[in-house]
Design a protein around this ligand. Structure first.
Ligand SMILES: *Cc1c(COP(=O)(O)O)cnc(C)c1O
Length: 229
């Protein structure tokens, strides 16, 4: 049995680390840390939230996340909820109504679907464009060289979608040079279309230090908070 604030001390330690790295770029104030709670049960999430301030959480499975977050254990906690999973069009409405930001927008078809539902509820929905950094077929995201076209189309045709930045997942490698060049591709897209106040969400438990060094301002950490590594 672990002490109740162990998860929060993991979270705080990583937050300190990424702030220190961001400070070297003069960007300490702008960095946030997303606690990815997709592996955790309501009780574990409550332990994290009891420890202290966690502003943003990430979830990838809609149904499980709605169940967990409706638990009485979590009723007093209201972090911003970011959806980081694959968007299925038949679940768009529920995603819009339960999340503050959707981080995995990668095609116009999905954007139009979100637009239609957001218009129905007269709601503005924040989205990040997911950029693909590997050749793997199964990896979601739009290729960096096509991201600009998608961003322009969404801006033109989806008035209820507010684009707030870029999310990307790096290839599963420990090769730091490969990671750096991948993250740089996402940063280049970000710099072209976004700026201060927007999110460049790069980095997970295995690569967040390099991601933040390369300009990420919203690393997404699951395993390293909930000790699944
Ligand atoms: C699960 C997940 C994370 C967190 O991954 P960890 O390696 O456990 O930190 C981050 N981003 C996305 C999109 C995820 O699905």
């Amino acid at each position: 049995m672990c002490h109740k604030s162990d998860y929060f001390s993991n979270y705080s330690k990583i937050l300190r680390e990424v702030r220190d790295i961001a400070k070297q770029r003069g960007a300490e104030q702008d960095i946030k840390l997303m606690a990815v709670t997709k592996y955790a049960c309501a009780e574990q999430i409550a332990q994290l939230m009891q420890g202290g301030q966690v502003d943003i959480i990430g979830e990838s499975r809609l149904k499980e996340s709605l169940q967990k977050w409706s638990s009485p254990l979590l009723k007093d906690y209201h972090p911003q909820k970011f959806f980081i999973g694959r968007i299925q069009t038949n679940k768009a409405e529920k995603i819009i109504n339960n999340f503050d930001c959707i981080c995995s927008l990668d095609c116009l078809h999905i954007a139009e679907c979100l637009e239609q539902k957001a218009a129905k509820y007269n709601k503005e929905i924040c989205c990040l464009i997911q950029v693909k950094l590997t050749d793997r077929e199964t990896q979601s995201g739009i290729l960096p060289q096509q991201a600009g076209g998608l961003i322009e189309s969404v801006k033109r045709t989806c008035p209820h979608i507010k684009l707030k930045g870029i999310m990307a997942i790096a290839p599963n490698t420990k090769d730091e040079e490969v990671l750096r060049s991948c993250f740089k591709k996402a940063k280049d897209v970000f710099d072209k279309y976004f700026g201060r106040g927007d999110y460049l969400s790069l980095g997970m438990s295995g690569d967040y230090k390099i991601a933040v060094e390369q300009g990420s301002n919203l690393p997404r950490i699951g395993s390293a908070v909930f000790e699944r590594i």
